[in-house]
Design a protein around this ligand. Sequence first.
Ligand code: ADP
Ligand code: MG
Length: 256
Amino acid sequence: MDVVLEVKKVSKIYGTNNHVFQALKDINLEMIKGEFVGIMGPSGAGKSTLLNILSTIDVPTSGSIRINGYKVNEMNENDLADFRRDRLGFIFQDFNLLDTLTVKENILLPLALANANPKVIENKLKQVATTFGIEPILERYPYEISGGQQQRTATARAIVTNPDLIFADEPTGALDSKSALNLLQTLKKLNEQEQASIMMVTHDSFAASFCSRVLFIKDGAIFSEIRRGEQSRKEFFQQVIHVLTVLGGGGHHDVI
Ligand code: ADP
Ligand code: MG
């Protein structure tokens, strides 16, 4: 089994002198290619800090991170920029689409930046547009489409380069429940059919129940971990809620 992510003793300390705060404490974890990992935990637990550090947007105070064998915490800023563009995918809560580009242009931006061959670009566009059901809106601008369509566009953009690892921070946070379900089903499909490796931070148990494994973080440390295994999604949902209850605080247990 290919290890896509290997995290060893990662710590993060914010501030200096009298105002230091340890946001992450000796985090160890491993992700196998094709896993869909959820990160949950109360507000302020360190979820976004962890995701930002693993996705190379921020740097750890100590510890090491390997993505597909590459020691990302030892790369210089130039190499890291190329690495992010070519090998990582990002999905944010607020979509982060460029308003001056059409849906099609937004999706193809990472390939254009990587100077991909036009034929490759055209084929890839067809493929992702079908996967995400966005063929009819390819020529529209972000402000002309719904929030759900914007997030599907942002997700299509995140996966268009076949990244080694996709990071998502609260991707359903700004969506209505129908659009959220649609996005989660699409992520699950990418995960199952294309072996996409996905790490998703969420405070929503329903979203977490689509994962194959969920890590719970409390006070900057991994508190617990559960795997879906042979359970149905609803059974896993109940298990997520149970751990959140033990963990205390944070979870929203509204939808199923
Ligand atoms: P979560 O995403 O789980 O809600 P965060 O990772 O955003 O939590 O934050 C974890 C802790 O680190 C919080 O107590 C937060 O206040 C603190 N923190 C986050 N970013 C900074 C920063 N840039 N400087 C100082 N403290 C920070
Ligand atoms: Mg956060």
